[in-house]
Ligand binder design. Structure first.
Ligand SMILES: [Fe+2]
Ligand SMILES: [Fe+2]
Length: 207
């Protein structure tokens, strides 16, 4: 969890999904949007200063550009499509108002795609780590060593937060949202909906 996280309940099972989504957006999404430009600047500077002797930095930069672009799209998909639907589901269930199916059919459909995005991001971040030989630093007190320490520390912090972020969604939010939709809609489920299940993720893509 990053240091800017708002109050974090010890047991997320006892808070509403709206509160959980607010936490995800205010903590993890904000952290992503804050850190991506910083990482971009650190990488750009490292490539300019040390890229000639360290070709892996240029490769890391290419992977990072993909991660950054894909992640920003991913956050928008959650904030503009899935999260508002889950919040509305929660309100309707609480107030006993009938639920109408959204245009994406069932909450399981966007969730399946978002879990795939998480796997993809996890794989790309692992590639970045491998390219740097596990963020191995040159020895000594050189400027290069200090610059790369700042870069790799920032990447490690980003990885840690992504791990928390993905767990909060895959293991807490998404299963509860699927259960909530079932409770709200009963047997009236759309054809073709299936349980995505976080365990369907490939092990080699886990962060
Ligand atoms: Fe998210
Ligand atoms: Fe996500």
């Amino acid at each position: 969890m990053n240091q800017n996280s708002p109050g974090t309940p010890a047991n997320w099972d006892n808070v509403s999904l709206t509160e959980l989504m607010d936490h995800i957006v205010e903590s993890h999404h904000a952290f992503c949007r804050n850190e991506l430009p910083k990482l971009d600047a650190l990488l750009k500077s490292a490539v300019e200063k040390y890229g000639r002797g360290r070709p892996e930095l240029k490769q890391m930069q290419a992977f990072f550009a993909r991660v950054s672009k894909d992640l920003l799209m991913h956050l928008l998909k959650e904030e503009e499509t899935l999260f508002p639907y889950i919040a509305e589901l929660e309100v309707r269930l609480r107030q006993g108002i009938p639920v109408t199916w959204p245009r994406f059919g069932s909450v399981e459909n966007p969730i399946r795609l978002l879990v795939e995005d998480h796997d993809h991001t996890g794989g790309m971040l692992q590639m970045i780590r491998r390219l740097s030989s596990g963020f191995a630093l040159p020895g000594g007190d050189s400027e290069e060593s200090a610059d790369l320490t700042a870069l790799f520390d920032a990447f490690s912090a980003f990885e840690r937060d992504m791990r928390e972020h993905i767990r909060a969604e895959d293991d807490l939010l998404f299963p509860r949202a699927i259960a909530l939709e079932k409770a709200a809609c009963g047997a009236g489920r759309p054809p073709g909906s299936q349980q995505p299940g976080p365990n369907s993720r490939r092990d080699d893509q886990k962060l």
